[in-house]
Structure formats: structure tokens, C-alpha cells
Design a protein around this ligand. Structure first.
Ligand SMILES: [Mn+2]
Length: 401
């Protein structure tokens, strides 16, 4: 059986909304012609509460797909209900994740019978000759994955080709958070492991079997690894072989320009040359990210590099983003070092914040009996999870005055 894996469509992604729609449509249409079934490892939508425009786009795409003459058909195993037999199976990604018990946008398409939502369950696709079983785990927070897998304990089904479908960061690919799942943590016994979430294609092995990520169909992250064509993966279950099928996606270039004690005219000139070279060789309007790195001439100030004229000159021919965060001025390095140490002059940043707040409250004629340093401490509580509690306590504190 031929299975197409199309991932991370990000319908409704505002910056390149038209690309998201056109490229998702192209990938899915091509997949429906080439494959017996389509599986989608998450992020059909860009937002957990997509706007009606994005929902309409998804309905337009999946209505046509689900009404095609599919030779294979799919059904759920276990207690969950599917509202169609079309062999288009999907899971919600991290972008569609909602709190427990709340419906997500992907499930709406399942309820409408346009695809089958297989999160935390198994579906079997059959074409009369062969059966393929697919277990799906939707995107969840990384620290919960291992525990969740233990709880669900997904098992392959004997006599079938088994696929494990999920949507998470993987430690071997992104080795900076020990919560990320490792290949060895994936359930054993499957013939193929398919992941979404990562937006560039990955072809690896887990438990000695293929581990595949097709990458997104639209550019959202502007990482260097995303410079290749977007597309999808076509797997042949006969021998677990696969090929990457490119789609006609907008070109993306990421360029790095290095400077040493450079003047602003020199930086601007190099920047212009690089941009015009890319634009000349591009048939259609490309996306270009320019990284300016190194050092600027001594004596310059932050903000002395005015990139606006370049952006307006080339903005019609390319979508341009210029990152100058790695371009430094040597004599300012010390002040940055001071900031890193949380000190400005002799005053720690925290005290500076408190005195700033004190001045503002005075300006607004607040009650003089407010203990500003106590209030500042309450608002300064750093932990994200404590945010609500902190706000509640701060309000209680203010109400008690
Ligand atoms: Mn994504």
C-alpha cells in the first residue's frame, strides 16, 4: 500500500496565509493521486482557535479530498467512533492543542466526516489485499510524553503493517531539553515511525525501523534547515521504502553576512549586494532572511544602522527579514556584560524596576500607604506557572488597602 505523509500545513498562518493554503492544497491533492491513504501528523491549523477563514480553507480542501473515489477504506479499532471511512487519518499537533476535555479544531474536521481523528487510538486501513494499522498520539507537552505512552501502551497488530504517528520534539534532533522523547522511548514493534512538529524533512531510524518527518508544507520558522523545497513523503509498505515528493513552494534563502569593525555604509552595501543577487536569480518573490553578524565600527550607537531604505527598496521583490541581533559594537560589549550581570551602574535591575514603579505610582497619585517594594516583589515572581497566583495575590493586596 502507498501511504502519503503530509504534515504541518499551518492553515491560517498569518504571515504567509496564501502560501499555507496553496501549498497545503497542492501537497494533499498530489498525495491523493499518488497514495492509497494520507496520514497527517499534526498542525493542520496554525492556531488552536483558527479564524473562520482558516476553517473555511480546511473545509474546502478536505471536502474535495474526502469525496474522491478512494480504493482503500479506514475504520477505528476500539471504542472511538469515526464519522467516515475515507483513508485520511490525522492527529492534532501542538498548535491545535487545547486543555483536557476541550474540543480542538482538528476534531471538527473529524466530526464533519472529512477525515478520521486518530488521537490516542488505532485505525486500520484496508485495500482488500493489505491492512495497515496506525496508532496516533496527538501533540502534548514534552514532559508528559513518556508517562502518556506508558499509560496508553500502544501495541502493533499482528499480520499488519504498523505505523506509530505522533507530534513531538525528539531529543536526538533537538538536543537541548532532556524532556524531549528519545528514539529508544518510542514504543517497540512498529514498522514505521512518523513524526510531525519539526518543519524540515528528517529521515532517520528508530528501533532499526524508518523514522520519518516530512516537514511542513509552508515556511513558518525561517530556520536555515528549511531552505530546501517543501513537500511530503510517500511510503511503500511493501518494502518500507520511501521518497520525498517536492511541491511548488515559495523559495526561502537564509544568508549570513560577517563583519569586522565595519562602517554602516559598508554593511548596507554588502546587504544590498546579497539581496539583489538573490532577487535576480529568483523567478518569483522569495523569502529572504539576512543574518548580520560580527562587529560594527567603534563610536557607532545602537540604532545607527538604518535598514529601512533597503527594506523599502527590495520589499516589492522579496519578503525580507534582517536579524542584526548578532551584530555588536565593541565598546558597548561592556554595558551588555553589565546587563547580563543584572546591574546598571551600581544599581541592580530589580531596584531600578522598583524605583521606576515607585515614581510612576507617585505620578498617578496612588495611595501613599502602598508598600511599593512588597507589591513589586509580588509582581516580580518569576515562575510562569505562578503567574495567576501572583496576580491574585497582588489584587488581594491592593484590595486590602
Ligand atoms: Mn508545526
Amino acid at each position: 500500500m502507498k501511504i502519503a505523509i503530509v504534515s504541518d500545513l499551518h492553515l491560517g498562518y498569518e504571515r504567509f496565509a496564501e502560501d499555507a493554503y496553496r501549498q497545503a492544497k497542492e501537497a494533499l491533492e498530489a498525495a491523493s493521486i499518488m497514495a492509497d491513504a494520507i496520514i497527517i501528523p499534526g498542525d493542520i491549523f496554525d492556531k488552536r482557535a483558527p479564524k473562520p477563514d482558516a476553517i473555511a480553507e480546511a473545509i474546502n480542501i478536505f471536502r474535495e479530498l474526502s469525496r474522491k473515489e478512494w480504493k482503500a477504506s479506514a475504520e477505528m479499532r476500539g471504542a472511538k467512533t469515526a464519522f467516515t471511512n475515507v483513508p485520511i487519518l490525522a492527529i492534532p499537533g501542538t498548535h491545535e492543542r487545547t486543555s483536557a476535555g476541550k474540543e480542538n479544531a482538528l476534531k471538527l474536521l473529524g466530526l464533519a466526516g472529512m477525515l478520521i481523528d486518530i488521537s490516542e487510538s488505532t485505525a486500520v486501513i484496508s485495500n482488500g489485499k493489505e491492512k495497515v494499522a496506525i496508532f496516533g498520539l496527538g501533540g502534548i507537552s514534552d514532559e508528559r510524553v513518556k508517562e502518556k505512552l506508558k499509560e496508553l501502551d500502544p501495541k502493533p497488530i499482528d499480520g499488519m503493517y504498523n505505523i506509530f504517528l505522533f507530534h513531538q520534539s525528539v531529543y536526538e534532533l533537538l538536543p537541548f531539553n532532556s524532556d524531549f522523547i528519545k528514539y529508544e522511548d518510542l514504543p517497540v514493534g512498529f514498522d514505521l515511525y512518523v513524526d510531525g512538529h519539526i518543519h524540515n524533512p528528517v529521515e532517520a531510524k528508530a528501533h532499526g525501523k524508518p523514522f520519518l518527518i516530512p516537514g511542513s508544507t509552508v515556511l513558518t520558522q525561517m530556520k536555515d534547515a528549511e531552505q530546501g523545497s517543501k513537500g511530503f513523503i510517500l511510503v511503500d509498505t511493501k518494502d518500507s521504502s520511501h521518497e520525498i515528493i517536492p511541491i511548488n513552494s515559495r523559495k526561502f534563502f537564509s544568508i549570513r553576512l560577517n563583519f569586522e569593525d565595519s562602517s554602516t555604509p559598508h554593511i548596507l552595501e554588502k546587504c544590498e549586494t546579497a539581496l539583489s543577487q538573490i532577487i535576480t536569480k529568483s523567478a518569483s518573490k522569495p523569502i529572504v532572511k539576512v543574518h548580520l553578524e560580527g562587529t560594527m565600527q567603534a563610536g557607532l550607537q545602537f540604532g545607527s544602522l538604518n535598514l529601512k531604505p533597503i527594506l523599502s527598496k527590495y520589499g516589492r521583490d522579496a519578503f525580507i527579514e534582517i536579524d542584526q541581533s548578532k551584530l555588536t559594537i565593541p565598546e558597548l560589549a561592556k554595558s551588555i556584560e553589565d546587563m547580563r550581570e543584572n546591574r546598571i551602574g551600581d544599581l541592580p535591575i530589580k531596584d531600578l524596576g522598583a524605583s521606576f514603579m515607585n515614581a510612576k505610582l507617585k505620578e498617578l497619585n496612588f495611595d501613599k500607604s502602598i508598600d511599593v517594594s512588597r507589591l513589586f516583589e509580588l509582581l516580580d515572581e518569576p515562575a510562569q506557572s505562578k503567574k495567576q497566583k501572583t496576580v491574585d495575590e497582588a489584587l488581594k493586596f491592593l484590595n486590602a488597602l
